[in-house]
Structure formats: C-alpha cells, structure tokens
Design a protein around this ligand. Structure first.
Ligand code: NI
Length: 269
C-alpha cells in the first residue's frame, strides 16, 4: 500500500520555510514559471549532526513514515559527512537526501560546542516530520563558537545557525519543457544575475556518471549571535539536476559523491 498522504503538506511547509531564508529560490521559480516551464523537484536535502536526537538514526523514521524507503548510503571522508538518500512512494515526489556530520572528526573544542547545542533539543519536537522545518532547536551560538566551528567545518557552522530545514531544493531538468540541457539552465540563471557555484566547475558530473548537477551560491542573511553581535551568514541555495538512463534504460536514481562533495561548497562563507 502506498503511503503518500501528508507529503503534499510536508513539501509545501518546507518550501515556505526555505524561501524565507532563500528568497532567490522564489525568484528563480518565477523566472522558470515565466518561461512556461514545468517545475518538478528532483530532491530536497537536509543537513544535521550525528548527535542524538538530531542524528540520521533518529530522523530517518520520520522520513520512512512519509512512505519513503532507504536507497543508498554515501560517505564524504574529507568533510566528515555520511548521508542516505531516500526514494518516495509516489514517483512524483522528490527524493530526500539526508546528511550528517560525524562530530567526532572535529576537535574537542568544536565537539563540545555541538554537544552543547544537541543537549538543548527538546526530544519531543523530534517526533513529527515538522522537525524538518524547525530551524534552530537551540539558542544561537556565540560569534566566537560559530567561528570555531567554521574554522574546522563550514557544514558544522551552517547547522549551528540554520538548524533543521531544507538546505536546498532541486529543480529536475528532465521535467523542464523548454530547457532540457543543464548548460542552458546555467546560462538562464547567469543572465538573471544569479551567482553559480563554480567549485569543481559549474556543471558537476557528466552523462557517464548518469547525473549532472549545478547550483547557485547560497543567499546570505544577518543573524543575531548570542553575544548580541550581528553577522551575515550563508543560508540556502537552489540546485538543478539532470538524470540519464543507464544501459538497462532505467533513469539513474542515485547521487554522485564527487559531485555532492562540491555542491556542499555552495554555502561556503
Ligand atoms: Ni542536492
């Protein structure tokens, strides 16, 4: 039996949360809508720490309860990240990509900061899929603590201020009517002034890896840190994915670790 009830509300809630901190996404959506494009989400991605109750093991049942099933695990050794991808019960729904930072790869000082954030989380809030748009479930770190995290892991610093929320939505280039080529999509974005993540080249992956991706650079917003200082931090970005068919004619469903590794840089401070 398919369990698709609730995914429409789930993704609508995520989208509203996302465009609040990434207004570029609403503008890009408009650019493509104005071109009479059909916008379908390829995947939505989340970032977290491997500390209870924020870890994948705790969050995953909430994704499975939406009818999703586990697809593949991924490792990003140089960034200290592990991830899982999930496939929807309804093929019209986006895939979900959930990564977590292996906090033990950081220094004791950074570990202590993150443990302090995780300890503030009210476990009762981690019992429904609403938690994926809860944002920060702890008090804002100090600017000093943020800088400590940033010096070791851009990802660690990002989660400390942004909390649990979509890190990015991803437009399926396959579903576009008029721009079925990722190079064209990148040119449209540039023509409208959206900066593109050029880490490892504007287009990550190739037809040979069965997945090509590109992304904008994250928007930025002012955050009030615990000591009362305001500083600008990167928020969220928009991604684009073009999937190819394998030799059996099946559309590739996975992710390419080398490409994802570069896409993580879209929130570089
Ligand atoms: Ni992605």
């Amino acid at each position: 039996m398919r369990v698709t009830m609730g995914t429409q509300d789930f993704f609508a809630g995520l989208w509203n949360n996302y465009v609040e901190v990434a207004p570029q996404a609403a503008r890009i959506h408009q650019v493509f809508t104005a071109r009479d494009e059909r916008i379908v989400n390829d995947h939505v991605a989340f970032r977290t720490y491997d500390r209870y109750p924020l870890n994948i093991a705790t969050l995953e049942p909430l994704i499975l309860a939406l009818g999703y099933r586990r697809h593949e695990p991924y490792e990003f050794a140089d960034k200290g990240l592990s991830a899982w991808s999930y496939l929807p019960a309804d093929p019209g729904d986006p895939r979900i990509f959930l990564s977590e930072l292996r906090v033990d790869t950081l220094s004791l000082r950074a570990r202590n900061i993150i443990t302090g954030l995780a300890e503030q989380v009210d476990v009762a809030t981690v019992n429904s899929s609403d938690v994926f748009r809860a944002g920060r479930l702890w008090t804002t770190p100090t600017w000093d603590a943020y800088q400590t995290l940033l010096s070791e892991s851009e990802y660690a610093a990002w989660v400390s201020v942004m909390g649990l929320r979509p890190n990015h939505f991803t437009i399926s280039v396959n579903a576009l009517r008029h721009s079925p080529d990722l190079h064209d999509v990148v040119q449209i974005l540039k023509a409208h002034g959206f900066p593109i993540n050029a880490s490892g080249g504007e287009i990550k992956g190739s037809p040979e890896t069965l997945l090509e991706q590109a992304s904008t650079l994250a928007d930025r917003m002012m955050i009030e840190f615990a000591d009362g200082d305001y500083h600008e931090v990167p928020t969220c970005y928009y991604e684009f994915a073009l999937r190819y068919r394998d030799t059996d004619g099946q559309l590739y469903q996975g992710f390419v670790a080398a490409s994802a590794n570069r896409l993580f840089d879209s929130t570089r401070a």
